[in-house]
Design a protein around this ligand. Structure first.
Ligand SMILES: [Zn+2]
Length: 541
């Protein structure tokens, strides 16, 4: 019998539920070659344990072996020398805006070069039509694994448009139905962006009611971009906002993840520990709450949210522009825009990352100066043509970041939107969040240990997501693997020149296939569309 022909090959593995006992028997190390053998690396398994020297063998899309290959006669069709390198589980980005559906973003290279092999999308309340999204990824191919949330902002807009009011009973029922549909289609839970519109128009109870639908599905997660990270207008309150997010999860009965968790604004420098204390109190009483962060001090969002009060957008953008043209409304909007800009450190702190060439790379103040008008007027002139992507420089504080990085429940995220060629200036976080965290906080500052940082990027996230076969380097687990050269590892993207892949990522395997090999991207689109629980999307249910 030809033993190789009997092996599970990557092309015919019945996924996602491979009988592990069968697989383990088929992969008994001495009996046949593995597909890939990663030799002599320093292995961090994702648990937070210290590294051990070990070889990692892969068969098809699974890890078949983590131990000493020489002692057990493991051979392989393909061998990678990892001497002097660190081998980790592929990193999990629990909050991204990866543009996997666009030609420029499908291969997800900005993420892969950070060692990321799985990304969450549909966050901040934006997740729409899970089955369509998952189906498109499955059909067209994607560079990383990806999974999604169904978004409260999307659901509310579908049913109520941009109305600044509470839903009727009938409208709430329609929203519930959309959440249910999203969960049926494989969403990981409900995401909300109560800072954004129309989410901001919702009272807490509305979100609890919708999250209760998500809670009917085991393991559901409530992903919150909370109402007031510290720089909201009108102010809701930084701590009140965190308490609201916890309450929405606790009352509905879901887990909660605070995305890009931090305290915004100069007046909140040093205050992240107060918000973290609320989360720790909730964890102590049994609520499964976690956070995710990155280590950049700039945010990226949209100009309307940063400069126009919510009431002025009631009814949508056309209604907003009508208010710009009404002298009484305009006077109030203008005064409030000035207050909003002050909270954000001024118009010179708002750096436009918009595709429009006349805006990209300029601060709002520069644009205003060019046009010979003041900043609030410049913001309105831009918004008349459509909302614009913008960064807010210096909104986060490095001391807060350092504090958060030490917490044992803090995962890592990029919050990144990988830009197309029309955005020469954009937030570098899409290219460097994970590598920057390791470079700055582990290697340069020695603030946190490497196993702790790697755990925040792997096993911690996998456990939170309810995955049972990804996120760790263990026999039988899916072969999402990163091999890093710590002497070279660094983020290269800057605010001025963001289109720079991270360096030091020697190899990345996604579902057992090389996505990066010897520091070069392959053409593999090896990612899979994942449904809640970690299974692979196999069509609408
Ligand atoms: Zn967000």
């Amino acid at each position: 019998m030809n033993i190789l022909a009997a092996l599970p090959r990557r092309t015919d593995l019945p996924l996602p539920i491979v009988g592990l006992a069968v697989l383990a028997a088929a992969c008994s190390p001495a009996s046949h070659p593995a597909d890939v053998l990663i030799l002599g690396g320093s292995v961090l398994d994702g648990t937070g344990a210290e590294a051990v020297m070990a070889d990692v063998a892969l068969v098809g899309d699974r890890i078949s072996f983590v131990a000493d290959a020489a002692a057990t006669d493991v051979e392989a069709l393909d061998t990678v020398d990892a001497t002097g390198l660190v081998v980790t589980p592929g990193f999990i980005d629990v909050h991204s805006h990866a543009e996997l559906g666009a030609d420029h973003g499908r291969d997800a290279r900005a993420f892969l070069f950070q060692g990321i092999t799985s990304v969450a999308v549909g966050v901040d309340g934006g997740g729409a039509n899970p089955a369509r999204q998952l189906g498109a990824w499955a059909r067209d191919g994607i560079g990383t694994n990806a999974f999604m949330f169904v978004g409260h902002n999307w659901v509310r807009r579908q049913v109520m448009g941009m109305a600044d009011r509470a839903p009727t009973d009938d409208e709430l029922d329609q929203m519930r139905e959309l959440v249910r549909q999203g969960m049926e289609e494989g969403a990981y839970g409900l995401s909300s962006g109560l800072f954004y519109l129309p989410g901001n128009y919702a009272e807490t109870d509305e979100v609890v009611a919708l999250n209760r639908i998500a809670a009917e599905y085991p393991g559901a997660i409530y992903d919150t971009h909370d109402r007031d990270l510290g720089a909201a207008y009108p102010p809701f309150g930084y701590l009140k906002s965190i308490a609201e997010g916890i309450r929405i999860g606790e009352e509905a009965g879901t887990k909660v993840v605070f995305s890009h968790f931090n305290a915004q604004g100069a007046h909140n420098y040093g205050r992240a520990r107060e918000g973290a204390a609320l989360i720790e109190e909730a964890r102590a009483r049994g609520v499964e709450v976690a956070g995710a962060h990155h280590s950049y001090t700039a945010t990226q969002s949209n100009l309307r949210s940063y400069t126009v009060p919510g009431w002025a957008v009631d009814g949508g953008d056309t209604a907003m522009v009508r208010r710009f043209d009404d002298p009484d409304s305009l006077a109030l909007i203008d005064a409030q825009t000035r207050e909003m800009l002050a909270i954000r450190g001024g118009a010179e702190r708002l750096l436009l990352a918009d595709p429009r060439p006349s805006l990209n790379g300029k601060t709002l103040q520069q644009v205003a100066d060019e046009w010979g008008i003041d900043a609030p007027a410049a913001a309105r002139r831009i918004l008349r043509e459509g909302n614009a992507s913008v960064m807010n420089l210096g909104l986060y504080d490095v001391e807060n970041i350092r504090y958060l990085a030490r917490l044992e429940w803090m995962m890592t995220c990029t919050d990144g939107r990988d830009p197309g060629p029309t955005r020469p200036v954009t937030h570098p976080r899409a290219f460097g969040s994970f590598t920057k965290k390791i470079r700055d906080l582990v290697l340069d500052e020695e603030l946190i240990a490497l196993p702790h940082a790697v755990r925040s990027m792997t096993g911690l996230a996998a456990d939170f997501l309810g995955w049972t076969d990804r996120g760790y380097l263990r026999e039988g687990y899916v072969a999402d693997v990163a091999v890093l050269d710590l002497t070279e590892l660094r983020d290269m993207a800057t605010y001025e020149n963001p289109h720079q892949y991270s360096q030091g990522t020697a190899h990345v395997l996604v579902n057992g296939r090389f996505a990066i090999r010897n520091g070069e991207a392959t053409t593999a689109l090896a990612g899979r569309a994942l449904v809640r629980g970690g299974g692979v999307f196999d069509g609408p249910h």
